[in-house]
Ligand binder design. Structure first.
Ligand code: NAP
Length: 257
């Protein structure tokens, strides 16, 4: 099998877009999700291009995660590209978040991708590429979205460390999608423009094919990234002054994304 890719959290949003973009390019797909019915619906959409292999696993459960990795390693031809896309965003006031949210967010957003990468990259043949779907929340702190921000920042530094450790063995790519209209962002009253998921996914795959290892967007989000880097004290002052606005925009309406 020449071109193949695993996408975690492929059942909707950006994951579905990435699956469509890769299937059109002739990739065999290993699609992971929590909800089997979503994966089956996506498999029907992909029928004109490919017949994907489907994997159901709750990545917040370390045992289920480990079994999922076992089943990938048992494949005669494991995926050549691994895309860590699954994530949770339990936004809201930190002090009101249930303890279980802390565990599940770090498990899905950071621990599962770390363990998947460790075991798949230690195997032979190792994947040619591993792509980490990050977020601008990994580039500056986001009050009222603290768990997401902290877990994505951890994932970013894992990915940047592996870029050095695995150089010459497995290519590590970091993608920072813009604010996108997906189930993850649907319930937040953000007064900001959202991109459509399919063009975002298509652009990520095009950039990957061109050999880019850091995929970013030149949009309004570049401003907070630059201010945080160049003027950190001013950035902190800005966050304080926009506290109420952030709190209202990221109101927590439930425990699950
Ligand atoms: N949307 C944005 O504005 C934006 C911006 C920057 C980065 N991103 C990143 O893009 C990626 C995709 O997000 P999205 O916007 O497409 O949101 P989404 O539609 O909510 O997708 C998240 C995926 O993660 C899966 N997932 C959540 N918890 C899981 C668990 N416990 N076990 C296994 N899978 C689990 C979900 O599965 P189910 O379908 O079963 O719920 C879903 O398929 C994420 O890494 C996100 O951080 C998004």
């Amino acid at each position: 099998m020449d071109k193949s890719a695993l996408i975690t959290g492929a059942g909707g949003g950006l994951g579905r877009g990435l699956a469509l973009a890769l299937a059109r390019r002739g990739y065999h797909l290993f699609l992971h999700g929590r909800d089997e019915s979503k994966l089956r619906a996506l498999a029907v959409e992909l029928e004109p291009y490919s017949r994907p292999s489907l994997y159901r696993a709750d990545l917040s459960d370390p045992v289920a995660c480990s079994r999922f990795i076992d089943s990938l390693l048992a494949e005669t031809a494991p995926p050549r590209l691994v895309i860590h896309n699954a994530a949770l965003m339990p936004a809201g006031e930190f002090l009101t978040l249930p303890a279980a949210e802390i565990e599940s967010t770090f498990a899905v957003n950071l621990l599962a991708p770390a363990e998947l990468t460790r075991r798949l990259c230690a195997a032979s043949p190792a994947p040619e590429g591993v792509m980490f779907i990050l977020s601008t929340a990994a580039r500056f702190p986001q009050p009222y979205n603290s768990l997401y921000s902290a877990s994505k920042a951890g994932l970013r530094f894992l990915a940047e460390s592996l870029q050095v450790e695995l150089a010459g063995r497995t290519r590590i790519c970091l993608a920072y999608p813009p604010l996108t209209d997906t189930p993850m962002t649907a319930r937040f009253a953000l007064p900001l423009p959202k991109a459509a998921p399919l063009p975002v996914a298509e652009r990520i795959i095009r950039a990957y094919e061109r050999g880019q290892n850091e995929i970013t967007w030149l949009d309004w989000e570049i401003m907070p990234v630059l201010v945080y880097r160049l003027l950190p004290r001013f950035f902190r002052h800005l966050l304080q002054s926009k506290r109420e606005m952030l709190k209202n925009a990221l109101k927590h309406e439930g425990n699950k994304v």
